[in-house]
Design a protein around this ligand. Sequence first.
Ligand code: SF4
Length: 312
Amino acid sequence: MASLVNSFSYSPSQWGQFETCHRQYWFSRYGSWGGWEKNCHPLTREIYRLKKLSNRYLWSGSRVHEAISGILKSFQAGNPIDPELEKQKLLQRMRQDFRDSKSLPPGEIPPKGSYRFVEHDDQEMAIIDSAWKEIVEKSVVALENFFLSEPWEWIRSLGPDCLLRTDEILESIPFQTDGVDFPVYLSIDLAINDPEGLIILDWKTGKPSPKSHQPQLDLYAYYAVKKLDCPPDKVRTGAIYISSPERKVTLEYSSGKIMEETHARIETHTRTILSKIQDPFNGIANKDEFAPTPGAYSCKSCFFRRVCENAY
Ligand code: SF4
């Protein structure tokens, strides 16, 4: 079997990590590489294990996303949807995740599809029981808000055929910066065909922050233009903040200018990261090139805190 190569790629979340702390990006992209192999260095294995951890916020977001995705697929298949039953299913799944995380022996890598929470793994990140209860309740409320949201109403009135994307499938766009070819990865939560064009939506379970979320939405529009051949002015994007009961969604039209800005942004981001990588094709990057940015906020929630000599 051909061996895996850690070749360069870009995604909004990778950039977010790089912006937070270059060293955190290095741990995640390079320090952890090969940590699944039987005879790897113990430190590499530990970095890989830490990368596989989750926290309560990421967990809540991904379980709510999965629940919505399942509901949309079921709607597409013509099945009746029972909101109460869906909420119960989410609750049961989260309770099971909690038990799985708590019972995983320390030092073990969580099996695919299950969770090990950093709050269980790192004593300094432990939280009280009521905080767990709170996050589970918030997740169920987010699902309730999905059923009250404007997009759910649109989908039901347009019918199952309007759904173009209902999943978090990993999509990619080929890109080149300074002669280096690489994929730009993204995953679209929901794309709807309506009489005016394409609507791309992103579920957000965190606090509303339209300004900081717009570049990510613009990247989705860029994907629709490049890969689905949509004219830019026929694509609208919006974030749905299901942590709040606000049911209306603000849609932004895309444009040729937004496409140019998005292209330039990816180019700038990737040029910055690539300037620190020795060999982007073979995954060779020197740790020292990725300066740590210790800080009370970033280090406190960083999964690599216990292997980082610069942790705040
Ligand atoms: S612990 Fe702090 S300095 Fe170290 S990688 Fe994480 S965020 Fe960066």
